[in-house]
Design a protein around this ligand. Sequence first.
Ligand SMILES: *[C@@H]1O[C@H](CO)[C@@H](O)[C@H](O)[C@H]1NC(C)=O
Ligand SMILES: *[C@@H]1O[C@H](CO)[C@@H](O)[C@H](O)[C@H]1NC(C)=O
Ligand SMILES: *[C@@H]1O[C@H](CO)[C@@H](O)[C@H](O)[C@H]1NC(C)=O
Ligand SMILES: *[C@@H]1O[C@H](CO)[C@@H](O)[C@H](O)[C@H]1NC(C)=O
Ligand SMILES: *[C@@H]1O[C@H](CO)[C@@H](O)[C@H](O)[C@H]1NC(C)=O
Ligand SMILES: *[C@@H]1O[C@H](CO)[C@@H](O)[C@H](O)[C@H]1NC(C)=O
Ligand SMILES: *[C@@H]1O[C@H](CO)[C@@H](O)[C@H](O)[C@H]1NC(C)=O
Ligand SMILES: *[C@@H]1O[C@H](CO)[C@@H](O)[C@H](O)[C@H]1NC(C)=O
Ligand SMILES: *[C@@H]1O[C@H](CO)[C@@H](O)[C@H](O)[C@H]1NC(C)=O
Ligand SMILES: *[C@@H]1O[C@H](CO)[C@@H](O)[C@H](O)[C@H]1NC(C)=O
Ligand SMILES: *[C@@H]1O[C@H](CO)[C@@H](O)[C@H](O)[C@H]1NC(C)=O
Ligand SMILES: *[C@@H]1O[C@H](CO)[C@@H](O)[C@H](O)[C@H]1NC(C)=O
Length: 839
Amino acid sequence: MRACYLQFLLLLGVLLSCNATKLGFSFDLRDSKVRCVEEERQALLQFKQHLVDHYHWLSSWSSDEDCCKWEGIKCSNKTGHVVMLDLQSDYWHYREPATTYLEGEISSSLLGLQYLTYLDLSYNSFSGKPFPNFLGSLTRLQYLNLSSTNIAGAIPQQFGNLSRLISLDLSWNYDLTEAHNLDWLIHLSSLTYLDMSSVNLSRVVNWPNKVMMLHSLTHLSLRDCSLSTLTTPQLLSINASTSSQLLFLDLSINYDLMENFQISNNRFTGPLPESIGNLSNLKTLAVYNSSLTGVIHEAHFSNLIKLKELYLGLNSLILRFGDDWVPPFQLDFISLSSCRLGSAFPKWLQSQKNYYWLDISDAGIFDIIPAWFWDFSFRLSYLYMSNNQLHGNLSDFSSARFNEFAFIDLSTNHFDGSIPHFLSNVSSLDLSNNRFSGPISFLCEHITPTLLESLNLSNNTLSGELPDCWTYIRDLIVLNLANNNFYGKIPDSMGSLVSVQFLHLSNNGLVGKIPTSLKKCSELITIDLGANNLSGTIPPWIGDSLPNLVILNLRSNQLYGTFPLSLCHLSYIQILDISLNKIEGTIPECISNLTAMSRTMDTMSSAIYAYNGSRSYEDYAFLVWKGRVFVFKNTLGLVKMIDLSNNKLHGEIPEGITNLTELIALNLSRNNLSGLITPKIGLLRNVESLDLSRNQFYGEIPMSISNLSFLNQLDLSANDLSGKIPTGTQIQSLDASAFLGNPKLCGSPLPNKCIDDLHPSFINTRGDKNHNVKENDNDGFITKGFYVAATLGFIGGFWGVCFLSVLNIRYIMKHLTSNARMMLHVAAALCISLCKVKL
Ligand SMILES: *[C@@H]1O[C@H](CO)[C@@H](O)[C@H](O)[C@H]1NC(C)=O
Ligand SMILES: *[C@@H]1O[C@H](CO)[C@@H](O)[C@H](O)[C@H]1NC(C)=O
Ligand SMILES: *[C@@H]1O[C@H](CO)[C@@H](O)[C@H](O)[C@H]1NC(C)=O
Ligand SMILES: *[C@@H]1O[C@H](CO)[C@@H](O)[C@H](O)[C@H]1NC(C)=O
Ligand SMILES: *[C@@H]1O[C@H](CO)[C@@H](O)[C@H](O)[C@H]1NC(C)=O
Ligand SMILES: *[C@@H]1O[C@H](CO)[C@@H](O)[C@H](O)[C@H]1NC(C)=O
Ligand SMILES: *[C@@H]1O[C@H](CO)[C@@H](O)[C@H](O)[C@H]1NC(C)=O
Ligand SMILES: *[C@@H]1O[C@H](CO)[C@@H](O)[C@H](O)[C@H]1NC(C)=O
Ligand SMILES: *[C@@H]1O[C@H](CO)[C@@H](O)[C@H](O)[C@H]1NC(C)=O
Ligand SMILES: *[C@@H]1O[C@H](CO)[C@@H](O)[C@H](O)[C@H]1NC(C)=O
Ligand SMILES: *[C@@H]1O[C@H](CO)[C@@H](O)[C@H](O)[C@H]1NC(C)=O
Ligand SMILES: *[C@@H]1O[C@H](CO)[C@@H](O)[C@H](O)[C@H]1NC(C)=O
């Protein structure tokens, strides 16, 4: 994640550093003869006293110095008055540790700096302090930046006094800021740049009218402002003639998941006004994920001759253009995902000759890709067409040209035929969920090393033996060939994928042993070889050579032998599934060494990620949860499970297993395990699913089991347990089937009573048929605390650039400390802009 943001932030930094000049500010050079004004020096010292300066950033601010030489200060070379106070922290550069970062409060002693024209306190943290109203009295201010400062509350009316402001940035103080009205704003008639992203504007009934009174405005960002339905009619009345200067309009909202809870407040329900087509200077139109509805047609674009970037994605917009429509613009960036483009492939794209980014995924297209499409003379870098009903073969694809490190996602369509040869310059290729068939020898046709980093061909009907030419593709990080019909052995040359982190080969017909050469793939995070016919033992080198392993899925193969002790060395393993094999012997005592299962989450992310430059890949896994298979993706990183079911294990459960206190699911069913269920079982305080059925456990069910407050699936059936079922609310609410097949067991929820009942009825073992499957629960989600939601029905990991990964950021933020939150938020905010400036 860091690498991802860093790049962009630095890039952005370069751009922003030119901002002051661009906006026309100029600051006088220092003249050594002019010294600072004593009162202003005192004011600054007082200001400093209210700050917490962890990094001694302001160490130059000492009493006996000329304050014009202090860090962040510039004075007028004529009068000596302080005109600029620039304390933008470096937090947003993502330097760690930060070296310039302040906390504390903004003291009203700043009022002593009456000649200030430039004030930037962005990216420091004045946690929860209200807006400094008094700033409204610094009436010479031309530039004010309070972005990401953690200030809270309502924007004060006094800001209306800042009539000379040219640039105002109050963005990303996340959900703490609001505006009751924008009456103050209309006095800021010189404003050219306004960013109030994340300021809650839901109470402002007429914001478009207010904003449009700012005739000089060229940049407006109101992203994530909770703009509500109430304001929709006003949005319709954007007054195109008064605001024809606007170059940048970003009204996108809801980049975050946190506001899931308030969807209804966050929707424009209306259409995009046609008058927008008169904004003839507009370069960027961003109304991403804003619940806009209605039809977009030619008129919306009639005069947008300068438009370069169009973000209409994630709305319910219908785009309907005449067949012969030739747009007045040449776009660079086209994001139309989930807009309805009509069933035919959009013909107007033929007129666009420059774009590097095209996203028409989930756009309802039911067509073949016309040959002209591939014939672009320019080079694409990003092509997203997933989730349509595109069909036909891709034989024309070979003529397409791509920029180096291009992304292509054609997943979840109906393409068929064989996969053409088009790896030049492509770094991520996702053709999953289609009907491609035949062998994948195209991989071997490539003699020169490719740039391929991610290859997802899962869920097709590809067949044949796996090619043996992986040495050509050695930069691969993600390889997903799951859900196909490949057969034969896993070739030794796969061991040359020394960078591979995610390897999915499950659900094919692979046979033979897991090749020893894979031990060279020491970066592996996921090994998913489930549902094949692999044989041999579980290789002990997995534990010693793959130190980063998080997911090991060997489920449903023909593996035999014992549980290798070396697996206990996997200190990051979170998902260990070797069920449905023929593993014998005992569960080793050292299983308590799987420390990731006892560590509380300290990572920032709830998904399992790989980062590579600006790009991120999110892994997924199919997991058996409550007897059914679910795809886990967003929450995958939170899943900690051990599944050793359906093997031939015997002996007792090692007591140390109860040290794995973060386990969410433990399945040891259908083995020959015996002994008592340890009373320490209550230590598995996070467990939601516990299946010990079909073994030979005896003795009483420990009382402590009723401490397991997240437990919602328990199966102890078909053992030799006895005595009274412990009482505890959720135990009794479980289905009786959880206890069936233990003739000596009594008490609720079983029908037979323990003491009172003189004629205990026979236990009905009929339920065994439904063993392990509970249909009454309405979901398969992990219910632990706030983390809810497996990504159902979503298959396939994906690579996305920041633009996409940003979408998860605020969800994650909720669980972070305020500093980290701020940093992330900032990164998220910037990351979005980055995609516009990059490339
Ligand atoms: C003061 O600044 C102005 C404008 O930046 C510059 O033209 C002038 O030469 C400077 N005067 C001195 C004495 O440095
Ligand atoms: C305010 O500062 C942040 C960086 O700290 C920057 O991203 C933003 O563009 C600045 N706003 C303006 C208007 O320059
Ligand atoms: C600043 O604004 C407030 C409220 O709008 C007003 O009462 C006050 O007179 C203004 N002060 C100056 C100096 O303009
Ligand atoms: C925005 O403010 C409204 C009204 O005060 C409130 O109901 C809503 O929850 C706020 N939205 C967010 C995202 O905090
Ligand atoms: C649109 O702009 C014109 C000219 O500036 C103005 O007369 C008119 O009142 C504006 N309409 C709205 C709805 O703001
Ligand atoms: C779009 O906004 C909704 C809330 O309205 C949010 O739940 C969803 O996650 C957002 N989608 C993306 C991809 O940002
Ligand atoms: C665009 O501007 C022209 C001229 O100012 C005006 O006649 C027309 O009605 C405007 N169109 C829209 C859709 O606002
Ligand atoms: C691809 O489809 C075209 C027309 O749909 C057909 O002419 C061509 O033979 C197909 N190519 C392959 C390799 O199947
Ligand atoms: C690959 O990218 C490079 C640099 O962008 C370009 O020169 C080359 O022509 C591209 N190759 C293809 C086949 O598109
Ligand atoms: C595989 O792809 C088909 C569509 O081609 C889809 O219906 C199916 O759900 C996918 N299977 C999985 C496991 O995602
Ligand atoms: C498990 O951890 C203990 C204590 O750290 C160590 O002594 C033991 O060797 C480990 N066992 C294995 C098999 O790694
Ligand atoms: C389990 O944890 C307890 C307490 O933290 C510790 O004393 C014990 O050695 C651990 N047992 C194993 C087998 O790791």
